[in-house]
Write a protein that binds this ligand. Structure first.
Ligand SMILES: *Cc1c(COP(=O)(O)O)cnc(C)c1O
Length: 430
């Protein structure tokens, strides 16, 4: 298969090899990224990409669905089983689209949606200013308490009582602490709002039983399939039976045409993988690694949002170090440590150069790294941050990282044959 690609399109073949070299030769700490299994990769690259299947199993607008109906039904049943949900829709193209469909299922244009502010850790699609969700709906936001970095449920309740939103959104993109979904359900019930929970980041921890599930307390649960869940890029919606028809209609005809059947096939595979003891161990190690990394960073004098983590991610507040997030992220990248700069609650700097760095452990944990390697990674980060302008020091860390990466190879299916490439230093600009 790969040699055919090399033959037909040597330029793209070479670029895929370069990206492989990058993914294996760096420490990937972006908390939304992972490495999928061989089985997920094969299903994603299968002939299911050739098939149109508008509609749902047994109710399609095109013929030739003998196999697609079976595959989508398997994916739906597996999703219902591991999330303990009445109904599942596996067709959303991504987490963003899943969220929009959840709102469209429960609210009308102009209704109020209330989510966490982007700069406090909410997602763009939770009614952020640049997002279409804030143009269709009237967006209101709660924040985290800047003193503790944590959600203040009493404040959220007060705001909900004041503005009476149609939808309250729980679930975040940069929140390192456990979320009380039960309390969100109670607040929504009290003010007559629907509760939409977006577990894009933590769904792998939820299915492993290591974070409370929102499924009993939310009207609709939205998630991506490619973050801690470790499947292909995609989205899913889970809900109670009473909302099933509205959810399905919000996806098609509401927002989408033909589902990406190759992705749905790979989602089915990933859901089976997530239903194993090995996956529970993996999810447990993600959390252990994040805790250890957080502890070590604090020992080095880093200030972390909420002083630690309960899940897979850590937000470093760089204000006490007096260095900007973007410069730090770029220096880490030159040392082969890939992170993203991020706003921190109460950040007064521009989102293009905020005071935080967001990191997480799902990808390094898939490579087999454990607590001992987290100690090394913390030391690398500390060394780079203390030597932002000393290229010789950064170069030394770069070589140490490459050595660590070689001891924890990415899954072997991942390597396309050809001459060995070593990922070059960063040239990225912004
Ligand atoms: C990543 C994320 C999304 C968006 O998912 P995409 O697949 O990138 O569209 C939505 N909500 C939250 C909380 C996320 O973290």
């Amino acid at each position: 298969m790969f040699s055919a690609l090399e033959q037909y399109d040597p330029q793209i073949y070479e670029l895929i090899r370069q990206e492989q070299a990058r993914q294996s030769g760096v420490i990937r700490l972006i908390p939304s990224e992972n490495y999928v299994s061989k089985a997920v990769m094969l299903a994603t690259g299968s002939c299911l990409t050739n098939k149109y299947a508008e509609g749902y199993p047994g109710k399609r607008y095109y013929e030739g669905q003998q196999v697609t109906d079976l595959i989508e039904t398997v994916a739906i049943e597996r999703a219902k089983k591991i999330f303990k949900a009445d109904h599942a829709n596996v067709q959303p193209y991504s987490g963003s689209v899943a969220n929009l469909a959840a709102y469209n299922a429960l609210a009308h244009p102009g209704d109020t949606i209330m989510g966490l502010l982007l700069s406090s850790g909410g997602h763009l699609t939770h009614g952020s200013k640049g997002s279409i969700t804030s143009k269709i709906f009237n967006a209101a936001h709660y924040t985290v308490d800047p003193a503790t970095g944590r959600l203040d449920y009493d404040e959220i309740e007060k705001l909900a009582e004041k503005i009476h939103p149609k939808i309250i959104i729980s679930g975040y993109t940069a929140y390192p602490r456990e979320i009380d979904f039960k309390r969100f359900g109670e607040i929504a019930g009290k003010v007559g709002a629907f509760h939409v929970s977006d577990i894009a980041h933590i769904s792998g921890l939820v299915v492993a039983g290591l974070h409370p599930s929102p499924v009993p307390y939310a009207d609709i649960v939205a998630t991506t399939t490619h973050k801690t869940l470790r499947g292909p890029r995609g989205g899913m919606l889970l809900c109670k039976e009473e909302h099933a028809e509205k959810v399905d209609k919000a996806i098609i005809p509401g927002q989408q045409g033909g589902p990406h059947m190759h992705t749905i096939t790979a989602i089915a595979v990933a859901l089976a993988e997530a239903d194993t003891v090995e996956f529970i161990e993996y999810a447990g190690q993600i959390i252990k690694n994040a805790r250890r990394l957080a502890e070590k960073l604090m020992e080095y004098g880093f200030k972390l949002m909420s002083d630690g983590t309960d899940n897979h991610l850590i937000l470093i507040d760089l204000r006490n170090k007096g260095i900007p997030g973007k410069k730090t992220a770029k220096a880490l990248d030159r040392a082969r440590i890939v992170t993203n700069f991020n706003t921190i609650p109460g950040d007064t700097s521009s989102p293009l150069n905020p005071n935080g760095i967001r990191i997480g452990t799902p990808a390094v944990t898939t490579r087999g790294m454990k607590e001992e390697q987290m100690d090394e990674i913390a030391r690398f980060i500390h060394t780079v941050v203390e030597n932002l302008d000393r290229e010789s020091v950064i170069e030394k860390v770069n070589r140490e990282v490459l050595l660590l990466c070689s001891q924890f190879p990415v899954p072997d299916h991942f390597i396309l044959p050809g001459k060995k490439i070593i990922h070059p230093l960063s040239t990225g600009q912004m």
